[in-house]
Design a protein around this ligand. Structure first.
Ligand code: PLP
Length: 423
């Protein structure tokens, strides 16, 4: 099946005479006739459900759909993108361990890595797009558990360069974890390029309508920890889960099963079935939306480039963009709806521009059907110091536009009129 067909058909399979549409199983718990049957579920020998913190049929259908789209072995839903990232990282990291991450990533993830994980004794060593493979290698030691990056960095717009990083990961047996939120598997599939684990904020294009928070972790079907001394948590018995050895019991799904058995059990940040229901419905049109977002964004990026009070425009789909060559190599049919540009006149001009918009609204969010804008330096990234702002790739004149799927003429006209008002 191609991506569009998977968006519509994967996940839920109706039984003969069953409901055609994925049902919402709004139930915390599931009933059994005998204790032995429930015990089989606890032992993971029966794929049934026991309690919705650990798994739910509506969430399960969404997990299967995303795993199929990414080409992964298994997936697990979470209450938000942040909780998906937290569970994926702490699945392999304990106090004293370290990770390596690009600094130009979503501000919330940067904060998690730079502040909260540090408080838990997990160190993050930051790199940027210019860091060479040799310099990345120098940061790896015995306690390095993963390298982390975003397919397209939000809002820095760097594109993850697999050909540089994957050989380093392979040489040292270190996991590569990619946040594929902005591209979605419709435009880009990280496992095809060597990633081991993919995370998403499903809150964005997967839901697509700005109605449901959620996250998901997917693991590659090639993931095998056998003989890799860096990850004993998969190859030695888990005393907290009746001695299960995840690699032996679950094969390439081990990473996700361990999240379910340990992290979701103990942290409890599960996706609500209703959010899974809405997200699944959103995903049924994701292939159409990603094309429309990408086409509209390219048209707007071209129009912005012509404006005299626009200092610069970043969109990987634009010829001449520093990331254009990587976008051509790794992405398939578009670069999503996110654009950034720098307005002449800094914070004051940005403020006037945002106030003059009529169609686009000021919203923290990105990646839904409606066009929206944000000035990160005074909102999402306001907790960062000036030095950290530069490191995160967010100069103070940067405006982020999440281009929706309205008619492109209307989007462009709204932006040009607001730019005129900001002159
Ligand atoms: N990853 C990226 C690339 C994001 O843009 C976001 C949120 O904007 C997140 C992760 C966090 O997701 P959530 O808001 O669902 O927790």
């Amino acid at each position: 099946m191609k991506e569009g067909t998977k968006c519509v058909q994967e996940g839920y399979k109706p039984s003969n005479g069953g409901p055609r549409v994925l049902p919402l199983y709004q139930s915390t718990t599931f009933a059994y006739d005998t204790p032995e049957q429930l015990a089989q579920v606890f032992d993971l020998k029966d794929p049934g459900f026991m309690y919705s913190r650990l798994g739910n049929p509506t969430c399960d259908a969404l997990e299967k759909k995303v795993a199929a789209l990414e080409g992964g072995a298994a997936a697990i839903t979470a209450s938000s993108g942040m909780s998906a990232i937290l569970m994926a990282v702490t699945n392999v990291c304990s106090a004293g361990d370290n990770i390596i991450s690009y600094a130009k990533i979503y501000g919330g993830t940067f904060n998690l890595f730079n502040v909260t994980l540090r408080r838990l004794g997990i160190e993050c060593r930051f790199i940027d797009a210019e860091t060479s493979a040799e310099d990345i290698e120098k940061l790896i030691d015995d306690r390095t558990r993963l390298i982390y990056g975003e397919s397209i960095a939000n809002p820095g717009m760097d594109i993850f360069d697999y050909e540089k990083v994957v050989p380093v990961c392979r040489k040292h047996g270190v996991l590569l974890m990619i946040d594929n939120t902005l591209t979605t598997p419709v435009l880009h599939r990280p496992f095809e390029w060597g990633a081991d684990v993919v995370v998403h904020s499903t809150t964005k294009y997967m839901d697509g309508h700005a109605s449901s928070l959620g996250g998901i972790v997917v693991c590659s079907d090639k993931l095998d920890f056998t003989g890799n001394a860096r990850y004993p948590m998969f190859t030695t018995p888990d005393a907290s889960y009746h001695g299960m050895v995840y690699q032996t019991a679950c094969g390439s799904a081990a990473f996700v099963v361990k999240i379910r058995a340990q992290m979701l059990r103990d942290m409890g940040c599960c996706m609500s079935p209703f959010n899974a229901y809405l997200t699944n419905m959103g995903m049924e049109t994701m292939h159409l939306r990603m094309k429309a977002h990408s086409e509209n964004a390219l048209a707007l990026a071209k129009a912005l480039k012509e404006q005299d009070n626009v200092e610069w425009v970043r969109y990987p789909g634009l010829e001449g963009d520093p990331m254009h060559a990587l976008a051509e190599k790794y992405f398939d049919g578009g670069c999503s709806g996110m654009i950034t540009f720098g307005i002449k006149g800094g914070r004051a001009a940005a403020n006037k521009f945002m106030k003059a918009l009529k169609l686009a609204r000021i919203v923290t969010h990105i990646a839904d059907v409606r066009t929206c804008v944000l000035h990160p330096a005074t909102t999402t990234h306001r907790q960062l110091s000036d030095e950290e702002l530069v490191k995160a790739g967010v100069p103070d004149n940067l405006i982020r536009v999440s281009v929706g799927i309205e008619d492109k003429e209307d989007i462009i006209q709204d932006m040009l009129a607001a730019l005129a008002a900001a002159r």
